[in-house]
Ligand binder design. Sequence first.
Ligand code: PLP
Length: 395
Amino acid sequence: MQVVKPRGRLFFANPGPTNIPDSVLKAMSHHTVDFNDPDFLTVYHRCFEGVKTILGTKGHLFFYAGSGHAAWEASLVNLFSAGDRILIVETGHFSESWGRMATAHGLEVQTLPAEWNKGPDAAALEAALKADKDHAIKAVCVVHNETSTGMTVSLKDMRKAIDGAKHPALFMVDTISSLGSLDFRMDEWGIDCAVGGGQKGLMLPTGLSFTGLSDKAMAVHQTSTLPKHYFNWTTMLARPHKSFLGTVPVHFFFGLQESLRLMLEEEGLAHLFARHSRLARATRAAVKQWSGNQGPTLFSADPSRYSDSVTAVRMPEGFSSDGLRKTAHERFNVSLGGGLSRLAGQVFRIGHMGDLNEPMILGTLGVVEMALKINGIPHASGGVEAALQVLAEET
Ligand SMILES: *Cc1c(COP(=O)(O)O)cnc(C)c1O
């Protein structure tokens, strides 16, 4: 039998990349310009300042032509030397991947272990740093929003633990899936290096990433001896754009200028955060309802750490999330996130970050509920009803 492709627009409910607003796509549909063209420089500088505003920093900023991994790598090679020790705070797939990259670059990686459904313990971090009497640990690395588990870590608590141990390590934060969705305050929270990417909360196509840096981080950079060239901050600073050794990817900045306008001017960060919180609470209300009759549950076991940009849902024992995702995609044109690394098949993820509103989230939740029924996965129905109660009360 011929499979009929579903009509209508693809509902993209992945937690990154995310939906790109039409106005951003239009802004990027621009003729090519010389990257030293004064008109482009105006756009570029506006983007530079806008990203610093969203990061909450008056510090330094470097852009990279590459996905979030490029910004991870740039930060590692510019701050460290072979054999330096860094402490990775375990949160899930992304903290592990960052640690693997550091190991590949010849760093000694110490992990602060944590259960993926509970997240890290600030007291354990403080104890680990206190135990490091000769200050061998050069940096504490935290993923602000662990996209694989749907958990957000309080950066204030992590900073307090570092200060409590009176430890001089740099505080490095991955804000790739939190920036532009969740509150983030680089300077106020004492973050030395903030690693960000374009295709999550900033609603851009994949391929632009950046790091914000404190003066302390820039001073540490002067002592770093890991090999680097394309990503070398010192070399970048000598270039007119203070980033990019080669051609500047101008189209990203036409898009970024528009996405920053949407976030900072049209919606405003306070409303933007409130929208993410509202859509996240509706999503969680649906999952909590489905969890009846031994149905799927929220992966996160700590309500104080529920992520407002992504919800990870754990399947009931004996049922794979892949079948459910296949039904959602093939029959209803809805793309859901899968489980990553050790959570493959056990978890599916609903992204609610970026350019998203109530009908989009209700459509997604409706399709998940249908896919649960179609696949004979145990659950209590009424998840969509629970979600729209939350949304109706708020608006
Ligand atoms: C997506 C993501 C990354 C990886 O970024 P890419 O753009 O896919 O290279 C790293 N960390 C977190 C928390 C992410 O969500």
